[in-house]
Ligand binder design. Sequence first.
Ligand code: FDA
Length: 395
Amino acid sequence: MSDSYDAIILGAGAAGLMCAARAGQRGRRVLVLEKADRPGKKILISGGGRCNFTNIGAGPANYLSANPHFAKSALARYTAGDFLELVESYDIAWHEKTLGQLFCDGSAKQIVAMLLAECEKASEFGGEVIVRCNEDVQTVDQEDGFRVVTNSGTHHGATIVLATGGPSIPKMGASGFAYDLARKFGLKIVEPRPALVPLTLGGEGVLFREISGVSAPVVARAGKASFPEAALFTHRGLSGPAILQASSYWKPGDPVLIDFLPGRDADWLLERKRETPQATMRSVLRDELPDRLADILSEKLGVQSDLGNASDKALRIANERLKRWEFRPNGTEGFAKAEVTVGGISTNELSSKTMEAKNVPGLYAIGEAVDVTGWLGGYNFQWAWASGVAAGEAL
Ligand code: FDA
């Protein structure tokens, strides 16, 4: 079998489907080749099955990239408000959970169905989008456009779009396929690493594994980034939204600093001493934090006496430690548990307006395959939609 299209999109995920719909509605003939047995599998499992499909506050500051300016253009041209408008036009009920995070009231299946319906609409504009699953791409060559050979045959596209995502969650079929193909065409890759991923603790931190299941509101800091959300202690180390966010900025060997007293200042323990001198470190911490966490922290702080009998200096030091508790993770739980990947196809290689490779006309890369990574909370889908639209309008 051999056929030809205006565009062949590799990957029927968030970015690929959005791109296909846009190009199809501009009258293009588009073939989407998907390795899995159905489109949008990551969308289906996202947000606990309810898909945190965008974040109303999404802006360039919520993304990591070797070039922090790259995402600006696409994000400005297709905003969270634009996606929300699309969601509402399909009567999909939604709610804001927290911090601008928008979820379906019902199911993530509605988002996949909406994207497929948008692809079908292409026919109204003289275009066509064909989504073919169970397609194993074997080779891609540049030959009068691009020639793609899969298990089912050979397809020709005037243009080709890499939308196969990053290597997070390999058991769902994720791989470094986009990177390999990009390298084949001479594009550079920014070293990929797992992000939005739990951190593991060894050494002294092992003690905290005893309180697996305990969570507390904290501020977690890694590098210059800080996130006021919940941290969760696990049997392997640290997780919870604050830690997942910080993990994207964490590098091996770096500390993660945790403020266990968010909203309390440097004199908090001295004030407790004045107000309740008979109280112990353990009892005042138990008023602020879950009991098992308070117990382990007070034990490690080593202030044995009543606060009234502890020196101001000792309390100031303890206060300071509680506000900057230093964990030294010995690693992450890796791509197997990472929600996304930091790094990927270098943005230096791509036009920020169209996502087309500067040196390979007709080759585009979008979504997670590109070195643009969002925070936790709907930002990654917003990048998938925005970069998909940017390419879809250029194909
Ligand atoms: P995506 O991974 O969606 O799609 C790539 C597609 O390409 C897949 O369908 C894959 O099967 C296919 N493919 C791979 N290799 C191929 C090949 N060789 N040939 C053909 N096809 C191939 N983000 C967010 O904003 N809100 C959220 O709620 C969540 N929740 C969430 C939960 C979990 C468990 C994970 C793992 C991730 C999230 N994310 C998220 C992140 C979000 O899922 C991710 O950023 C986007 O899906 C990226 O969209 P892409 O289209 O780039 O890749």
